[in-house]
Ligand binder design. Structure first.
Ligand SMILES: Nc1nc2c(ncn2[C@@H]2O[C@H](COP(=O)(O)OP(=O)(O)OP(=O)(O)O)[C@@H](O)[C@H]2O)c(=O)[nH]1
Ligand SMILES: [Mg+2]
Length: 426
């Protein structure tokens, strides 16, 4: 038997968006006239990390060889007000149907459901401002620049769950792949031994002007839900199908009792997942061409026809498959479409420097800079007392005041927060 791990449908990868480049602290210098004025440019923003659903990929194999996906860091700002170059984005291509989760919390970040879909997973750090950006009417020569925002790595779990309407299940060698090859353009490997199919095959089945997608998965055996055979790994692929097509070798050609086969697979499903076990299921009794099938069909129908729609077929020559497709379609018509897995739409990785701040000494003044300050300046109207109260509250809450104290600030020392300048009151 081939290595069952060749098909890779669940991997862990580490991602990181780029750090922001530091702002530059520099002064224009002319011959004989050093330090004429600030001219340090902003650092570049770090690159973002995106995940994109690619219709040409079938598995997550490539992720077994590379597990780190880091976007580029932003470059440092230059002299002469030059901006640092932004970091390159990292675009991670995954097969359609890949579910992206955060490894630490298990939160579903995104279900890459549709071809071409693109999701921002981690935003790059903002570049720091160069010293020229801190020039104000009062401060002509700020002698500091802001650091770029740093980002953290995160571990993601990528898990492929194929998107199909119908899951074809059954014991190994019963003719599941043969059936798929007859009813669709898919060309899965077919052979007279167990576990010929090692990874799911998808096929589009046409029915008049309609169509549906069927997934043929590796054969299940007793104990599949506990990891026996290949079954356990593949059951999750049919978790989001709308219905199951259960193929039974009605000829009993391998010496098993077809009714026992049927019961065993269904009890495996029940053990694995209640959702799977409760999906609508119809039955294809295959290999009707083999001598002895007739009697078994009678027995099978006697036992199960009250609960299940049963279709005798001969997959090798396509006999009975039209009626079977009609039967599948009549069930699908009554079912809702395949649903995208619920994900946390608002999930974003917070950057370590998010709403952070730094304090620099500029002469005797304490200058607070950073994302926190940018946010405050956007939200605070200086002549509005309510706003000013909010401003002070945030400075206290975010630890700016205690940091100032740590730095040894004294009563009446000057504090500059963005455009606001005030005297420190203990
Ligand atoms: N006589 C007869 N043989 C069939 C029929 N359908 C499939 N077979 C044979 O059964 C064997 C297994 O067929 P596959 O389609 O590979 O079976 P499978 O269920 O996909 O098998 P796994 O992928 O190993 O689980 C092959 O030798 C087929 O030619 C049929 O209707 N009649
Ligand atoms: Mg097969």
């Amino acid at each position: 038997m081939a290595d069952k791990n060749i098909f890779t449908d669940k991997v862990k990868i580490t991602i990181k968006s780029g750090d922001g480049g530091d702002g530059m602290n520099s002064f224009k210098a002319f011959k004989g006239k050093p330090a004429c004025g600030p001219d340090g440019g902003d650092g570049g923003n770090g690159g973002n990390v995106y995940v994109v659903a690619d219709g040409c990929m079938n598995d997550l194999l490539s992720f077994r060889y590379t597990s780190k996906y880091f976007a580029g860091n932003g470059e440092r700002g230059g002299t002469n007000k030059c901006f640092g170059k932004g970091g390159n984005d990292m675009i991670i291509k995954v097969p359609v149907g890949t579910v992206v989760r955060d490894a630490e919390t298990d939160t579903v970040i995104s279900d890459m459901f549709a071809e071409g879909e693109r999701k921002l997973i981690a935003e790059g750090g903002r570049g720091g401002k160069g010293n020229v950006r801190f020039t104000t009417a009062r401060r002509h020569a700020p002698n500091f620049a802001q650091k770029g925002e740093k980002t953290e790595p995160h571990v993601l779990i990528l898990e492929l769950k194929v998107i199909a309407d119908v899951g074809i299940i059954g014991f190994p060698n019963v003719g599941k792949s043969t059936l798929l090859s007859k009813i669709s353009a898919a060309r899965p490997k077919i052979a007279n031994y167990h576990f010929t199919t090692l990874s799911p095959n998808l096929g589009v089945v046409k029915y008049y002007e309609n169509s549906f997608v069927a997934a043929d998965i590796p054969g299940l055996i007793e104990g599949a839900s506990d990891g026996a055979g290949l079954g356990h790994d593949f059951l999750r692929h049919i978790e989001r199908t709308r219905m199951l097509l259960h193929v039974v070798d009605i000829s009993g050609s391998e010496g098993r009792d077809p009714t026992e086969d049927f019961k065993k697979i269904n009890s495996e499903l029940k053990v694995y997942s209640k959702v799977l076990a409760s999906l609508p299921q119809i039955v294809a009794l295959n290999k009707c061409d083999v001598y002895g099938a007739e009697e078994n069909i009678k027995q099978f129908k006697k036992k199960f026809s009250r609960k299940y729609k049963i279709f005798p077929i001969t997959a090798v020559n396509g006999e009975g498959t039209d009626k079977l497709i009609e039967g599948v379609f009549s069930v699908l018509e009554t079912l809702p479409p395949v649903k995208r897995m619920e994900s946390d739409e608002n999930f974003t990785y917070t950057k370590s420097g998010d709403l952070g701040f730094e304090i620099y000494m500029d002469g005797d003044a304490y200058v607070v800079v950073g994302a926190l300050v940018d946010m405050l300046c956007r939200n605070v109207a200086l002549n509005d007392p309510d706003s000013m109260a909010y401003f002070q509250k945030i400075l206290r809450e975010k630890g700016v005041i205690s940091k100032l104290r740590e730095m040894g600030i004294k009563e009446n020392d000057t504090v500059i927060v963005g455009d606001v300048e005030f005297d420190f009151v203990n």
